[in-house]
Design a protein around this ligand. Structure first.
Ligand SMILES: Cc1cc2nc3c(=O)[nH]c(=O)nc-3n(C[C@H](O)[C@H](O)[C@H](O)COP(=O)(O)O)c2cc1C
Length: 235
């Protein structure tokens, strides 16, 4: 085996550190956080730094970086203002809308109307849900932990309600599998392991791509993100 390369994050360009992190922590599913502003504007933004952090009670976390000017993103501002948010799993049919929803719209513009997605009321929270998403986690804001000198936010929500489209469930099991590819080599090995390990898996491994670094927020490249979307096959 070749000798490892050594990196000291403290001395590196943050963009290079970002590439090492996101290229190593895969697969990384993408979901939408939907929130309502204090004034009632429905907000939507995609996040991939998201995971399950507790099961009893159920909790998920999102990592929300600050904008280039150091201000908080609307998702975090809204969740702090209303005390809740919804997390919606993104699937292949809506990947273009997902990418478009990441472009920084003004606070009084709703990404729902900008992208043509449909807001539906939350059942237990003020935050709207995304009708086109098959899974909604309705969350009460549990806490926000600020990390590092730039006070990046780890936002934790307690899941108080879960809505699932029955089309992505079979016999009580989720049949919506995520596959996120970051390199050609992992893509082919994933294809082999998925095929052999789970007949129920609906994962479709597609061509690989490296997620564009997004430390400098700007227009997002659809083609680069396509392979990073959760694919759900309806039963
Ligand atoms: C696929 C994808 C994943 C993203 N993941 C994150 C993330 O995990 N954390 C983050 O702060 N921004 C992430 N972004 C960028 C936000 O979606 C973007 O900054 C958005 O404009 C924030 O919207 P808001 O101000 O309405 O909250 C991601 C963007 C894309 C396209």
């Amino acid at each position: 085996m070749s000798e490892h390369l050594h990196f000291d994050p403290a001395t590196m360009d943050p963009r290079a550190v970002y590439r090492l992190l996101v290229g190593s922590v895969v697969p990384r599913p993408i979901g939408w956080a939907s929130t309502a502003s204090g004034a009632g504007v429905a907000n939507l933004a995609p996040f991939s730094f998201f995971t399950v952090v507790c099961v009893a009670p159920p909790m998920i976390s999102l990592t929300i970086m600050r904008k280039a000017d150091g201000s908080e993103k609307h998702t975090l501002k809204n969740a702090r203002a209303t005390g809740d948010f919804c997390f919606n799993v993104v699937t292949l049919p809506v990947w273009k809308q997902m990418v478009d929803s990441a472009n920084g719209f003004p606070e009084d513009d709703s990404e729902f109307s900008e992208t043509g997605l449909t807001p539906i009321p939350g059942l237990r929270v003020r935050a709207p849900r995304v009708k086109e998403a098959p899974i909604h986690f309705e969350c009460r804001l549990e806490r926000v932990i600020e990390l590092g000198p730039k006070r990046q936010a780890l936002m934790i929500g307690e899941v108080v309600h879960i809505d699932v489209d029955p089309g992505v469930m079979t016999d009580g099991y989720m049949t919506c599998a995520s596959s996120i590819r970051s390199a050609a080599s992992t893509a082919s090995s994933m294809r082999r392991s998925v095929t052999s390990s789970s007949a129920r898996s609906t994962t479709a491994v597609r061509a690989s791509a490296v997620l564009t670094p997004r430390l400098q927020e700007g227009p997002h490249d659809h083609a680069l993100l396509l392979p990073h979307i959760v694919r759900c096959r309806r039963q």
